[in-house]
Design a protein around this ligand. Sequence first.
Ligand code: F6P
Length: 357
Amino acid sequence: MKRIGMLTSGGDCQALNAAMRGVVKTLANSGEKVEIYGFLDGYKGLIYSNFQMLTGRDFSGILTKGGTILGTSRTPFKTIHEPDDNGVDKVEAMKQTYHKLQLDCLVILGGNGTHKTANLLREEGLNVVTLPKTIDNDLWGTDMTFGFQSAVNIATDAIDCIHTTAASHGRVFIVEVMGHKVGWLTLNAGMAGGADIILLPEIPYDINKVIDKIEEREKNGSRFTIIAVAEGAISKADAKLSKKDYKKKLEKYTYPSVSYEVAAMIQEKTGREVRVTVPGHMQRGGSPCPYDRVFASRLGAEAGKLILDGQYGFMVGYKNREIVRVPLEEVAGKLKTIAPDAAIVKEAKLLGISFGD
Ligand code: F6P
C-alpha cells in the first residue's frame, strides 16, 4: 500500500494532467494498492492541509485536458521561511501535513521555484519525486520540459498569423513571446515562424543592429519584417547596468513590456510603422500537443516506477533522448539558459536571422 501526495505548483502549462495521469496509471497497473491525496492549488494545499482523495477514475479522460485538475498557485521560495499572515511556519506546516497523512511520498510537478521548495522538503526528510513542467524550458537537468512544445506551437501560430498581415501592409511587426528570463520559447517559435529578427535575454541587442537588418531586408525587396521578442529581452546598454541601476530604470518604465520599447525606438529612429502583438497567457493554454502528451506520459510513467522502486529525491528528466533520473539537489536553483554560441544560434545566423548583436 502506497500513500501518495500530489501537487502542481507555479504557473500552469499544458500536459500537467497527462503527466499526473501517467503516474497514477503506472501505479494502478502495477497492482500495488495506492491512496492518492491531491493537494489543491500547489504548496498552499500542503501547507493548509487542503486536499482531495482521488482515485484512478479522477485521472481518466484528462490526457488531452489543459491546465491542472488540482489547481495551482505561486508560493515564492524566497519567502518560504517567512511565516504567513497568521504566523504559520510554512515549512513546518508542510511537514506536519505529510506526516499526519502518513504519506510515502510527494509527487510534485513544477518549474524552477517549485523545484527549490521540493529540494528543501527533501532536505527536511520528506520523500519527493518531481516532474519538470514549464513552457519556458528553463529547468536545469532536463533537455526539455513538458508544456514547452505546446507553447512553441501556439507562439508559432501567432507568428504565422502575423506574417500574412505584415506582408499585406509592408510593416514591421513584433510578436512578444513568453519565457521569463530565458529565450528557448522565442528562439524556437521564432525559427519555426520564420522571424527575421529574434531578440533573446541571453543575447542583449543593439537597436541600431535591429534597424540595420530591417533596412537590409527592404533593400533586398522585402516589404515587411517580423521580430520575435522574448519578454525578457534586454538591450546591450541595459545589460551593462548594475542590478541596482537597472531596477531604478524599471521603476520609471512607462512601456507595458519590452516589445513596446523596441517598437518605439524603431519608430522614432526610422519613422516606420511598427505593430506589437502579445499572445501572452494563450501560450500556456489549451490542449497539450501530441508531443507533450506522449512526453509527459513517459515522464509520469517513470515517476510511477521510481515510487514503486522506493527511489526518492529525483526529478524525472530527459537527456540525450533518454528519460533519466536527476538528483533534486542538482536541479534546484539552477537556470538552463541558451548559450549565445549554441549550435542552434549559429545555425539561425547562417539562415540570415539577426539577433541584434
Ligand atoms: O513560467 C511560465 C510563465 O508563463 C512565464 O513565461 C511568464 O513570465 C510567467 O509564467 C507569467 O506568470 P504569471 O502567470 O504569474 O503572470
